[in-house]
Design a protein around this ligand. Sequence first.
Ligand code: PAF
Length: 283
Amino acid sequence: MNPLITSIAVLRDNLATARGQGNAIGFVPTMGSLHAGHGRLMERARAECETIVVSIFVNPLQFGPKEDFRSYPRNLTADLTFCEERGADFVFAPLNEEMYPDDFRTFVEVQGVSEHMCGPFRPGHFRGVATVVLKLLNIVQPDRAYFGEKDAQQMRMIEKMVSDLSLPVTVVPVPTVREADGLALSSRNRYLDEAERQAAPLLYRALSEAAARAEKGVTADEVREAGMAILQTEPRLRVEYFDVVDDRDMRPVQHVDGAIRIAAAVWLGSTRLIDNLSVKGGQ
Ligand code: PAF
């Protein structure tokens, strides 16, 4: 069976049948250009649910005017094969008009959790993510929805939205998948040239060093310094932020005495990379 569906009504009909058979629905929202990180989300969904839906939609609302919406890698044919190989039952790949008709006027904003880290550098980004994810959750009405920890701020924002709006879905966080040298998998890694690709794992090294410092229960400034010292060894790399935040609400902390997340965004040439590590906090 061809799993591709582009219409909301057709997807809903199919899912009503699956639900009628008593199937739990697992949902993996993506923007396509699928890689092993997405594969891990699908495998987890497959292990926990009888019916799996993957959405592929490059959401214009979450890109700023100068960001890479137009050049974002798209390859629906390869993505469909990828989803089929991992047992997806339905791949929902709507056109923009299906998701956002001309008179679309409703937007979702999750305050607090979206205000630090990427928030100030990508105005409107989290509003765009929250809006599309709420819409997708309403379309699919899954029992479980799977999100990667690589986008930790996005994941926490969605958990907060689900809790605040009493949405009947369980958000399942899935650990980041990395290359052998530590680089977190991302669709944007393919923008890196050879020299940039060689420099890229420094981000993970810096986060790991900072996490090792954080385990000793030092101040957030000391944690940040440990990470920055490593990033500054690479002249190609420009740091956008290197933050130590509370792992629940993503707000900066001064002291490492509970569950925290160390998160950074860096630029290598014209490619922006983000990554993070969670740390339980000092004793
Ligand atoms: O993480 C992503 O790929 C996107 O932000 C998401 C959750 C699919 C919303 O467009």
